[in-house]
Design a protein around this ligand. Structure first.
Ligand SMILES: Cc1cc2nc3c(=O)[nH]c(=O)nc-3n(C[C@H](O)[C@H](O)[C@H](O)COP(=O)(O)OP(=O)(O)OC[C@H]3O[C@@H](n4cnc5c(N)ncnc54)[C@H](O)[C@@H]3O)c2cc1C
Length: 454
């Protein structure tokens, strides 16, 4: 196991656990402020769910489809760190909707809305009105209301409702409209329509590498291949306080602050449930993941069908990411197909894979003869904590400061009131660093949260 070279046992040092986007952002902001910081990543390489696989034939696959929101929190964080992602907008010309076993033109503007066979006249008018009004909707007024309830109250036409539900799935990965928060969904739709997304050249590893460079050049130590087993706490003047971490191979590394940067399950695994950090277990227990079954493909190009397909009556997605981003050699198309499977509890991987193959048969007949490489990943967590109406929407999310423990912070896609997916990971990584730099004190907790003792 690689040994971290400097982990000073002084209270100004921070250990960041997790080398995904959240951890890298936290480490970079701390290092730029002159703080000693060491990041420990369990895997042999940095990146977490933003990693990109290099295939033998020069093809680069993200972990399922990845698109960076151009006007989201992630971009603001990257900009602050001097990282400018290179990539391009997905092609919209010829984009298709999949409904009732057929492909239709996907309404992406006034002309495609008027001419699509996806909707009847009433549906077209209703969708046109909704898209016109979308920029003026106030997401805060919809917080706490479910997406299903909002869609039912907004659109009467069943096919228009399906389309809206499909757009919400596309932008949030959440396939559970009965529990999903409408305020967060509308904010995400606004972001998508206002600024669209980028498919990144060379995959999301380009982001990971640039963030790692930003952190290292500011003085952070990033160590891959070191797993942390637990966060070590001590009593300091009657308060619980972080003193460091213990690695999986038994080393004790001292620090005044620890950032748990990853999933809520990871955070909970590193602190005791019945101690002062029990609240972290409470957060993890309440997290509702949004999972996707992903079929990642490399196919000889050109492909006969549309570059992009969104399922409206089925939770399906298909996109040729190399139609706009550089992800492989000339003559090879990098295509991601996905099925949104909610929390994954009822998903059937074999059926999901077959359904994705059938979508490919429809969109790109003859694709099997063009196959260069494929990979099926049945239950990836695109979000480890979808935003739920019952929690009051984004405002109900925890962190970054863990109450009741001095020096313990969390970051990840489940943390903080800003953004979803990578936007939340990067924004919360930055917030955790800023809370440390500002010396924000952990709020006192007199008793465990009510939900813990109920
Ligand atoms: C299929 C899929 C599609 C997605 N599409 C999009 C998209 O289009 N747009 C978007 O914005 N976002 C998307 N995302 C989400 C985005 O990838 C994540 O939000 C982001 O990468 C999560 O970063 P993170 O740092 O919060 O967590 P993670 O990437 O999960 O990083 C946590 C890290 O902690 C490490 N770790 C765990 N336990 C330990 C331990 N004990 N010791 C040390 N290290 C440990 C893990 O190995 C991991 O590297 C997608 C995700 C998936 C899976």
């Amino acid at each position: 196991m690689p040994a971290p070279s400097h982990v000073p046992n002084d209270s100004t040092a921070t250990i960041v656990i997790g080398g995904g986007l959240a951890g890298l952002a936290a480490a970079a902001f701390l290092a730029r402020a002159g703080r000693p910081v060491t990041l420990l990543e369990r895997a042999p390489t940095l990146g977490g769910r933003a990693a990109t696989a290099d295939r033998a034939d020069g093809v680069r696959w993200n972990l399922g489809p990845h698109a960076l929101y151009r006007t989201g929190e992630a971009m603001a964080v990257l900009d602050a760190l001097g990282v400018s992602p290179a990539g391009a907008l997905p092609p919209t010309a010829g984009a298709a909707a999949h409904a009732r076993g057929r492909l239709h033109r996907l309404p992406a503007g006034p002309w495609s809305l008027m001419t699509t066979t996806l909707l009847g006249l009433r549906g077209k008018l209703a969708v046109g009105r909704l898209l016109g009004a979308l920029p003026r909707l106030d997401p805060a007024t919809l917080a706490g209301r479910s997406v299903a309830d909002w869609i039912d109250g907004t659109l009467a036409d069943p096919r228009a409702r399906e389309l809206l539900a499909g757009l919400v799935r596309l932008t949030t990965y959440d396939a559970d409209p009965g529990r999903q928060d409408a305020g967060a969904a509308v904010a995400q739709l606004q972001r998508a329509f206002a600024g669209n997304v980028l498919y990144l050249d060379d995959g999301w590893a380009s982001l990971v590498d640039a963030l790692a460079d930003a952190a290292r050049s500011a003085g952070a130590e990033l160590v891959a291949g070191v797993a942390v087993r637990e966060v070590v706490l001590a009593d300091r003047d009657g308060r619980a306080a972080v003193t460091g971490v213990r690695t999986a191979d038994g080393r004790l590394l001292g620090a005044g602050d620890v950032v748990l940067a990853g999933t809520s399950a990871m955070a909970a695994a590193l602190v005791e449930a019945d101690g002062p950090a029990g609240v972290v277990h409470h957060w993890a227990a309440g997290a509702r993941p949004s999972r996707v079954a992903c079929l990642d493909l490399a196919l000889r190009s050109p492909l006969p069908g549309p570059s992009f397909v969104l399922g409206t009556d089925r939770p399906l997605y298909l996109s040729n990411h190399s139609a706009s981003a550089r992800l492989g050699p000339d003559g090879v198309a990098v295509v991601h197909a996905a099925k949104y499977v909610g929390d994954g509890a009822g998903s059937r991987p074999e059926e999901d894979e077959r359904e994705l193959e059938e979508l490919l048969d429809l969109a790109h007949p003859g694709w099997r003869a063009k196959l260069v490489d494929r990979r099926f990943l049945p239950r990836l967590a695109a979000s480890t904590a979808a935003v739920s109406a019952a929690d009051g929407g984004l405002a109900g999310r925890p962190g970054p400061v863990v109450p009741g423990i001095d020096g313990l912070l969390v970051a990840g896609d489940w943390v903080g009131a800003r953004g979803q997916l990578a936007d939340a990971s990067l924004a919360s990584g930055r917030s955790a660093a800023e809370a440390i730099l500002a010396g924000v004190e952990a709020p006192r907790v007199a008793d465990p949260p009510a939900a813990l003792v109920a």
